[in-house]
Write a protein that binds this ligand. Sequence first.
Ligand code: ADP
Length: 159
Amino acid sequence: MKVAVYPGSFDPITNGHLDVLKRAASLFNIVYIAVARNLQKSTMFTTEERLEMIRGCTTQYENVRLDSFDGLVVDYARQVGAEVIIRGLRALSDFDYEFQMALMNRHLEKKIDTVFLMPHEDYTFLSSSVVRELVKFGGDISGFVPTNVEAALLKKIRR
Ligand code: ADP
């Protein structure tokens, strides 16, 4: 039984994250999407809102579980019995940070490896922060996020 954790801020989840999730779900028996609670950065959406948006666009995956976590990813991975951390790699610019994190996590727990998955090239320029900026300035985000997330973003900026 191979269990993986896909951790992140998911503020909000985008089609790029979903592309990585789809690949991970086909490779592992169970994939936990784990929303980080204790972020240094302030988020547009609360943890509950981020989870709700993910729930709304991942129901087709029987082997994907939703959760949130505090503290170290490796501690959370151990708790759920995962041996793999999934991360998406869009471009070389992601590499430095991800490489450092992956080695630090392996230093903390040698049984846990990080697996990097490359999204479809259509999503290499896509990030949650770009989506948040676009929606604030009235840009069309429909190709970048699922419809339930688009609705949540529009509702949030109208408040
Ligand atoms: P974090 O704040 O931990 O980087 P994110 O929610 O921004 O969390 O991203 C979580 C993971 O998803 C990271 O590995 C990130 O590289 C990856 N990711 C983000 N956007 C995309 C995308 N468009 N395509 C593929 N992977 C992505």
